[in-house]
Design a protein around this ligand. Structure first.
Ligand SMILES: [Zn+2]
Ligand SMILES: [Zn+2]
Length: 343
């Protein structure tokens, strides 16, 4: 991912990236992220000195593996552990690579402001290194307390951070301000219209009472879709098909009605790329296609390495015959932004 001499902080972060991408246990990933953070305040001379006199090894947050990585990077070479990971990760995650190559960005990601594992700047750095042109930051809304959802005040503060990152960026990359807002039980969105109006992108999702009966669920989803701020319907069935959180069947709702409303209201149906979600199921992707819906292939990444999950979503879209022009994340950014403003 990088040319030239190996920087120790970059080496540790790149290791974390590859581990996240292969769904390694979070404690293992966090050890490297923590080590990167620990040494990031030191200049090269200090770091070299501490590595030489052994202080680095005794520093809190530096494990034996991280120490080895840092010392090898300081020697100017690619650390063995990183070299192994690069080799192991050389193959693509999934098929559908032609479509994957057409994806310009990602409209659904989380930072450590809500339940993500990494600060915004690391998410941005990873998105850029993957060649993305933009990334939407869509942390959770207040109702999702378990995920540290953002109040209007915190979201407002986050908008300033997003603006700063965009001001500093000279490479043409754009961080979009967004939210993954809960569709509440009464079908309203869990954030003030004023705040939603300040955002570039609104992903609306359901995270509670997923077993409600079909009528209730349909009405709730239609409420979210009809809100003029909604741009993308997130992981529409809420199903879980694998992974550490166990499995969960898809919610029941009138998919024809829901997708017809999406098509009518300029709401894209998300193809959520997370391996444990794979949402919507194939038959619903086909229904949404028939309903003339647009799609957004999103990673729903909660860590930098998970941004590469788009490959899984691209594979599913390709397998279900979704044409590229119906996928808003293949569009040029200007076209996407115009559409997001609700043409
Ligand atoms: Zn969600
Ligand atoms: Zn999410």
């Amino acid at each position: 991912m990088q040319d030239g001499p190996m920087d120790a902080v970059n080496a540790l972060n790149e290791i974390a990236f590859w581990l996240e991408r292969e769904l390694a246990p979070s404690f293992k990933v966090q050890a490297f992220r923590k080590a990167a953070e620990t040494i990031s305040g030191l200049n090269l001379d200090e770091l070299n000195e501490r590595a030489r006199d052994g202080r680095l090894k005794r520093t809190k947050g530096i494990g034996s593996r991280s120490f080895e990585v840092v010392t090898q990077a300081l020697e100017g070479r690619v650390p063995d552990y990183l070299a192994d990971l690069r080799q192991r990760s050389a193959a693509p995650l999934a098929d559908g690579s032609a479509l994957n190559g057409l994806l310009r960005g990602d409209l659904h990601t989380h930072s450590n402001w809500s339940d993500g594992g990494s600060p915004i700047n690391l998410m941005v750095a990873a998105a850029r290194s993957l060649g993305r042109e933009y990334l939407a930051l869509t942390d959770h809304s207040p109702n999702l307390k378990i995920a540290n959802g953002l109040s209007a005040e915190r979201l407002s503060a986050q908008l300033d951070v997003v603006a700063e990152i965009n001001d500093d960026d000279d490479g043409g990359f754009r961080l979009l301000a967004g939210i993954e807002v809960d569709i509440l039980e009464d079908g309203t969105l869990d954030q003030t219209p004023e705040m939603l109006g300040r955002l570039d992108v609104v992903v609306a999702s359901i995270h509670s009472k997923l077993r409600s009966d079909r009528r209730t669920m349909t009405a709730r989803m239609l409420g979210g879709i009809h809100d003029p701020h909604t741009n993308v319907l997130g992981h529409c069935t809420g199903r879980l098909v694998q992974g550490s959180r166990g499995t969960r069947p898809p919610s029941e709702f009138d998919a024809r009605k829901v997708f017809a409303a999406c098509a009518e209201n300029n709401v894209a149906v998300e193809i959520n790329s997370r391996p444990e979600r794979q949402d919507p199921p194939d038959e619903l992707i086909k229904l949404a296609l028939d309903a003339d819906c647009l799609f957004s292939i999103d990673s729903d990444a909660h860590a930098p390495g998970q941004l590469d999950f788009l490959q899984y979503g691209a594979e599913r879209a390709a397998a279900n015959g979704v044409p590229e022009d119906r996928i808003i994340t293949t569009w040029r950014l200007e076209k996407l932004l115009a559409w997001l403003k609700h043409t």
